[in-house]
Design a protein around this ligand. Structure first.
Ligand code: ARG
Length: 395
């Protein structure tokens, strides 16, 4: 038997290939979490006297071994197994015989996938946080070494007021730290235990205790009622992608600044040659491709967010196979965000501002002059502004 639902008829191969899609591949990253939640589930069944103590021990141990084997790359989910949940149960049955089938008492792949996804989201959030903190430390190195260099502050891409590398970079630091904090909002939505909701309507005829798996897995609460669970699929995911897109947005602005400052016409900064790329036709080029690709990563996030929101929109309540498609944009946006944060951390200390090339012009001090005039003459700012503006006009 290959799939959990296989009866006595073979499945059309094309249907299998289309419906499984790349799910069997995507589920690879969820196996670890599926095993964790399976162990919690079987122990809950034991505590509720639904599975014998000995059997629970055998199943838990086999699950741990299967997890280690997976970690070592000794097995991978196969297309004909459809998904990771099926692969897991099949491996259990291979090891323990029909006893392995107890694992599916009181659960469905519908609550199983959500439990694994939520545990994964909680883990990945702290990894994203760590990477943001690392990026901030790299920006701080730039500030320590070059912070005092004055640069123009722009509005409308026009010179506005004096700024500095420090002031410019500190803005990004503040936003990256804020983004790191906001990721925690995702956790609050993902911190509810879906296990025991099974296919979406509970486990008739079984006296299970959902709060037990909540405690075992470290979820903050049990997701109640059972009918809320499938309604919520895609929400924590969308919230996560939204937050990732905020990060990608700040990275894109930082990349855009660097690209502009690096242009020959600006020449505010130099990028170390070994992080630039060349042209196949123009021998003189040292292109800032890495920053251009970081800049465009934001669009991937925005696209993924649209994908997830629209996949789950307008469905009726309950589980639908449509929801499987949420995993791809979720994983894609997580991967591109982590890669982009890491490459920015790697690249940001490879830029050096060229103090001698950056000139601040007198007109950039006119706001300061108007402010001072307003204070000195005790006149409204608008009057001071008009006096300075008139002076500029006459020059
Ligand atoms: N791969 C599926 C998903 O991500 C798992 C749940 C399958 N459930 C089902 N009833 N076919 O949604």
């Amino acid at each position: 038997m290959k799939r959990l639902w296989d009866k006595d008829r073979p499945i059309d191969e094309l249907i299998l290939k289309y419906t499984a899609g790349n799910d069997f591949h995507l589920d690879e990253r969820l196996i670890k979490y599926d095993i964790k939640s399976s162990i919690a589930h079987i122990n809950m069944l034991k505590e509720m006297n639904l599975v014998k103590k000995d059997d629970c021990k055998k199943i838990s141990e086999a699950l741990k071994i299967i997890g280690k084997e997976h970690e070592k790359g000794e097995w991978k989910i196969e297309l004909n197994q459809e998904d990771g949940h099926t692969a897991l149960e099949n491996h259990l049955v291979e090891k323990l015989g029909s006893l392995g089938g107890y694992i599916h008492l009181g659960r469905s792949r519908n609550d199983q996938v959500l439990a694994a996804l939520r545990l994964y989201l909680k883990d990945i959030s702290s990894i994203i946080n760590e990477e943001l903190i690392n990026l901030v430390s790299k920006i701080n190195i730039l500030i320590d070494e070059q912070g005092e260099i004055e640069i123009p502050g722009y509005t409308h891409t026009q010179r506005g007021m004096p700024s500095s590398v420090k002031l410019w970079a500190e803005g990004y630091i503040a936003e990256f730290l804020d983004n790191a904090k906001s990721i925690n909002n995702v956790i609050s939505r993902a911190d509810k235990n879906p296990l025991g909701s099974a296919a979406g309507y509970g486990t008739p005829g079984l006296n299970i205790d959902r709060d037990l798996t909540t405690k075992k897995l470290g979820f903050k609460s049990t997701h109640e009622p059972v009918t809320a669970v499938q309604l919520s699929r895609g929400k924590a995911e969308a919230e996560m992608i939204f937050e990732l897109t905020m990060i990608l947005g700040d990275l894109a602005k930082l990349a855009s600044d660097i690209i502009l400052f690096y242009s020959y016409e600006f020449s505010f900064l130099e990028i170390k040659k070994n992080i630039t790329t060349g042209s196949s036709i123009m021998p003189q080029k040292n292109n800032p491709d890495v920053f251009e690709l970081v800049r465009s990563a934001e669009s991937i996030g925005i696209g993924a967010l649209m994908e997830v929101l629209s996949i789950s929109s307008k469905l009726i309540s309950g589980y639908h196979r449509d929801l499987q498609r949420i995993k791809m944009p979720l994983f894609r946006s997580i991967d591109i965000t982590l890669d982009s944060i890491k490459i920015m951390s790697h690249s940001i200390t490879n830029i050096s501002f060229k103090k001698e090339k950056i000139k601040l012009s007198d007109d950039m001090y006119t706001t300061e002059q108007a402010n001072k005039l307003s204070l000195e003459k005790e006149i409204p700012f608008r009057d001071a502004y008009n006096i300075i503006a008139k002076k500029i006009n006459e020059e």
